[in-house]
Design a binder for this molecule. Structure first.
Ligand SMILES: [Cu+2]
Length: 328
């Protein structure tokens, strides 16, 4: 006869109960260490959204830490189930009950201390991660509590430590980007320099949208008459997919475009050339002055400033005039 815990000593010369607790502990320890190592060194590099920016890296780090904390708990629960089924199952012909249990101080203390430690750690970890990376790429509203470390300047030059300000303008159903440090010039693709702190100012010309630069780990609401600030720091070269992440009308699903994180020198050259081209073509002068928000009701009255187009989506509307294709 055997029972889960506290089996009475057998008077008939049966084997003494093995130390189930220590057995379980050592099996759990080996499996947990292995799982955490696999999670950290094998899985982490593949965790979305990747590691192209500081906010993406923090999201990847946070998800991996949560998985590494959860794995030993899941392993503990499953291991106990399996161990109980294998070791403590009723043997053929054994119809007796197990020994009654009236509480177990060790198990209760371990449970309370273990769960308290995990919950307190997660509370501290979550708070630090929320504050540390300046909002981790989420929209912060017009007056962010946690500001990005870096210097604001009216111009941006390669090799400096200036914050690059990029305005994201959403409208049904396109994104347009404006660069106030380059005369407010606009682009239909999100071009960014690497190793640069970026301050996004996200707004909308019509309905609610959401700016989601997947590989950058940045997602921020784009609302009319709201200047929503989101931060990140680019860390790697590569391409970025930008999607609208708020149902904004019938062609919401077609509202996406692309971006590139390139070297600071290449970005500087591209931005200067684009600014010069838009100035020469009269586009810069025709655009509304750079502002943090634009009154949607005045867009149609801007007349020649905005062009009325039947877009590829078939939607008539007043759009930012398209620039030339982006030259890398
Ligand atoms: Cu949208």
């Amino acid at each position: 006869m055997s029972s889960a815990t506290g089996a009475p000593a057998q008077a008939d010369g049966a084997q003494p109960e093995p130390a189930h607790g220590w057995r379980l502990f050592f099996i759990w320890l080996v499996l947990s260490v292995a799982a955490v190592l696999v999670i950290w060194f094998v899985w982490k590099p593949h965790v979305p959204p990747g590691d192209m920016s500081s906010s993406a890296q923090h999201q990847q780090f946070d998800i991996t830490v949560l998985a590494a904390v959860a794995a030993p708990v899941i392993i503990g629960v499953l291991l106990y189930f399996i161990y109980a089924i294998v070791v403590w199952r009723a043997r053929p012909g054994d119809d007796s009950d197990g020994a009654p249990i009236y509480g177990n101080t060790k198990v209760q203390a371990t449970w309370i201390i273990g769960t308290s430690a995990i919950v307190l750690f997660l509370a501290v970890f979550g708070t630090v991660e929320l504050i540390g990376p300046a909002g981790a790429g989420a929209g912060e509203g017009p007056s962010p509590v946690w500001k990005l470390a870096g210097t604001h300047a009216t111009t941006w030059t390669p090799g400096g430590n200036d914050i690059l300000e990029v305005q994201v303008i959403a409208q049904q159903w396109v994104f347009t980007y404006r660069y106030p440090q380059f005369g407010g010039m606009e682009s239909v693709q999100l071009m960014l320099p690497v190793d640069t702190r970026v301050e996004f100012h996200v707004t909308s010309l019509d309905v609610i949208h959401s700016f989601w630069a997947y590989q950058l780990g940045v997602k921020a609401d784009a609302n009319p008459l709201v200047d929503n600030v989101a931060y990140t720091m680019t860390k790697q070269l590569g391409s970025v997919t930008v999607r609208c992440n708020e149902l904004c009308g019938i062609w919401h699903g077609a509202m996406f475009n692309y971006g590139t994180v390139e070297s600071q020198a290449a970005f500087g050259a591209w931005a200067s050339a684009t600014q010069a081209r838009e100035r020469a073509s009269g586009l810069l002068a025709a655009l509304p002055p750079y502002a943090r928000t634009y009154d949607p009701t005045v867009i149609p009255q801007l007349g020649s400033n905005m062009i009325r187009v039947i877009g590829v989506t078939g939607a008539p509307g007043f759009y930012y005039p398209p620039t030339d294709p982006v030259q890398p």
